[in-house]
Structures are given as C-alpha cells and as structure tokens.
Design a protein around this ligand. Sequence first.
Ligand code: NAD
Length: 497
Amino acid sequence: MSLDTTETWADKANALSLRTQAFIDGKFVDAASGKTFASINPATGKSLADVAAGDTEDVDRAVRAARKVFESGVWSRMSPAQRGRRLVKLAELIDQHREELALLETLDVGKPIRDSLGVDVPLTATCIRWYGEAIDKIYDEIAPTARSAVSLMRREPLGVVAAVVPWNFPLLMAAWKIGPVLAAGNSLVLKPAEQSPLSILRVAELAIEAGIPEGVFNVVTGFGETAGRALGVHMDVDAVTFTGSTEVGKYFMTYSGQSNLKRVSLECGGKSPNIVLADAPDLDAAATAAAWGIFYNQGEVCNAGSRLIVEEPIREEFVEKVIKVAKTIKVGDPLDPKTEMGPVVDESQMKRVMAYIAKGSEEGAALKLGGDSVAGENGYFISPTVFEDVRRDMTIAQEEIFGPVLSVISAKNVDEAIAIGNDTIYGLAAAVWSRDINTVFKASEALKAGVVWVNCFDHGDISSPFGGFKQSGFGRDKSLHAIDKYTDIKTTWIHLG
Ligand code: NAD
C-alpha cells in the first residue's frame, strides 16, 4: 500500500488522461450518432468526462470487426501457448499501470483507493495471467470407442462473445470474462456499465500493446437498453456472458430466444445468508467477517452477507460485536488512503438504498446503527446500517439492496437457520460458522448456493468456480470451468476401415 496522501492522489487524478470513446477494431472511435453521456464521480456528484453513447450501429461495427478477425484465424487459430503469452503480457501491463487503473476505478465508482489499488487491479491482473498460463495445459479427449474408429472430442472457440458487465467491480468482473473468453480463442465485444466505462477502455488499449490483434477485444460504451440490448439480440453474436441483476439477466434469455438462440450465461444477484451458530469457533473473527461481509465495497457486492442469521443464545452478544466493528469503519473521500467505505455509485442507487432503509423501519425492524446518508460535498455516502429483529418475510430480508445494509435474523437452531437461509429466490453464496464437522457438512449440503463458506466469509481465489444456483444465474466464472461457457465440443469420428 502506497503511503501517498489524499492530496497526492488528487494530484495524480488531475493528471490522468481519460479514454472516452468506444474501442472498436483496435481504435478509439466516437459513437456513430455522435452522442455522449456523462460519467459522474459519485464522491462529488460532478462529471468526470463525456463518454461515447454507443448504440445498435456501434455494436454492429464491433461485432463485424470481431467476426472478421475470428474468421481470419490470427487469434482463434494461434497456438494456445502464444495466445497465453499475450494474455500474460496484458496482465504485466495491468500491473505496471496499477496506479492509473486504480484511480480510474476509484473516480468512476467511488471505491476507496486502498481497495482499487490493493484488491481490484491486482486481482484483475491475476485473473488474466491465470487463464494465459492455463490455456496450453488443457488437453482434449478421445472417446473409448471400438478400435475400428477414433472419436476425437476437441474444444473449439464459439466465435464472437459479448460480455455485459456491472459497475461494482468494473475491472474484475470484466477480467472474469476477458481471461477465459480470449484464452479459448474467441473475439470479444464488451459493454461496461454506463456508470463505470473508464478503466476497461484503458485495458482494451493495453491489450493492443500486449500483442492481442486488433478486433479481438472491443469495448462499446453505452446504456443497457440500447447498446446492451443490441448485443443481446444481435444475430452474429454466438454467446452472451452477463453479470448484473436478475431482472436484466432474464431480458438476456428473452433476447436470445428472439434472435439466434445465442448461448447465455448469467451471474446475477444475491441475498447471501451468513449463519453464525452458538458453537462458532471464534465469535470475534466471525463478527469482523460479518461486518466486512456486508460493508466491504459499500455493500455493492453480489455475494454480500446481507442476511446475518444468528442462533438465538448468542444473538445479543454477537450483534453487539458486529456493531462495534461497523463503528470503526471509516467512511469518506475515496481518494484518502485511510478511507474504508466510499460513496455508493450514483444518486439513483443512493435513493434506492435509502428507500429500503425506510421500508425496513416501516415494516417493524429495529434500526440499531446508521440509516442515514452521510454528508459528503454532494457525494452519495451512506453510513453502515444494521437492522435487528428482521423477520424472514420482510422486504429487507427478501430483496437485494446492494448497499451497506445488514439484516439480522434470529434462528432457534441450525435447522431453522438453514430454512431461513434458503428462503430466497437467490442462491449465489452462503456461509456457516460452527465447530462441529457434522453440522458444517449438513449445512453446506443443505444450503442452495453456488459457494458455501465455512468459518470464513467471501474467501476464494481464481482457481475456484463462482456462480449461482436458482435465480442467481447459471454457468461459472473463474477456474477452468469458465472455459466451458466459451467453447463447444466438436466430435470428429474417424472410421478406420
Ligand atoms: P444491471 O443489471 O442494472 O446492469 C448490468 C449490465 O447490464 C450493465 O452493463 C447495464 O448497462 C446492462 N443493462 C441494463 N439494462 C439492460 C437491458 N435492458 N438490456 C441489456 N443490458 C442491460 O446491474 P448493475 O446495477 O450494473 O449491477 C448490480 C447487479 O449486478 C446486482 O444485482 C448484483 O448482484 C449483480 N452482480 C452479480 C455478480 C455475480 O457474479 N453474480 C457480480 C457483480 C454484480
């Protein structure tokens, strides 16, 4: 962690040059319509830049460039080892531009600079490097047929993959797509969220420097209803990989059905239960993890532990511990290296979260901490908020708030805790804290979620798959399983005469 001061970071931010055009076929270009939209700094409410508002024509141009380069074979038929080397080079360039990319991320979405610099950018590089290093170590298969034939099962890239991603981890969510999509030999058209276009445009430019051919990695900036939809219904896009809300995920299923039946994979919302049982091994560690499990990244985390389910005998003591940790969290200017929580991403998100807080009180939950929007020079700051006495059917226990709001629900025993944990349309992640190996296995099997953490929260690395059950989506990001989404298996049956 650099010891720079807020002023130093502000000076560095002023010296940044921002990329604001779409990146198509290796070049920055204006939107065909000439239209732009403002990218707002949520810490100040002021505009950072006017960014190209891509639409159908721009998407079409990007898809054509992606298709052309795919068919040329310069990337799709390059040896996996050579593609891998270029991805590793891109990861190195991301590391080298760590401060610049971290600043872009912090300015665009309000993420504390300590997180952008210490977490988002390094993990982005790690992800891309991992797929670059892995891709020439994956073997194809031969089926166990009779000796009179050889049946080869080869993985082939799909062609043009569209990635539509959210604003909460702009670089990292994009990297989870870029790594496996490009390693497998596809071309990519990526649409960042309209709240967070700046950092990924710089990465696309670095990809050219890394030797990735023009047209392989395109970025079309713009709104969901226009550029996002255009990708979803495009007849020449082979697959869409989406991360975002469940509501928009459902649109992509419809777009696919209305167009060319493109493959769709969805990483959607969550309402993760964090279950703390009376025999948890270390209540202080569990309380710290519970607080950071919801307040990290301003609560704008798909797998946030937004429902804290505590076994009744320890509830009072445990909630006190969580509140004690929450009170230490420093909310403020994201360019201050000591800041631990910045503003939420924009004004509409702030209003949405505040409306949920009002609803929590209206429905009878007890507000124990926060609940207010913290003054911050026109920025969109909300303090860490904790509700107790939450019933499982309340709005704040059912809907994804995507902000720093914790709902504490009491459970009589492990069975009730599991039942409450599963009482949601979502199934992205869950956690259970217990000393008893039998309880832990029972809970991890019974909880319907893509990942279950035991005696920790939000742990993992690039080697382990991540994704949802139920309405949290399907398909997995991270790990070698992600490659499955971006390849098809071609069977070649050779008759041996
Ligand atoms: P969102 O669904 O509003 O937007 C996501 C992306 O979809 C953006 O690029 C947006 O422009 C685009 N989009 C919006 N409307 C569209 C439409 N009608 N047609 C096509 N594209 C459209 O989500 P968000 O507000 O950016 O992000 C928050 C959501 O993302 C939360 O629900 C969160 O849980 C989820 N998320 C999930 C994961 C995961 O891995 N499961 C990770 C991060 C975020």
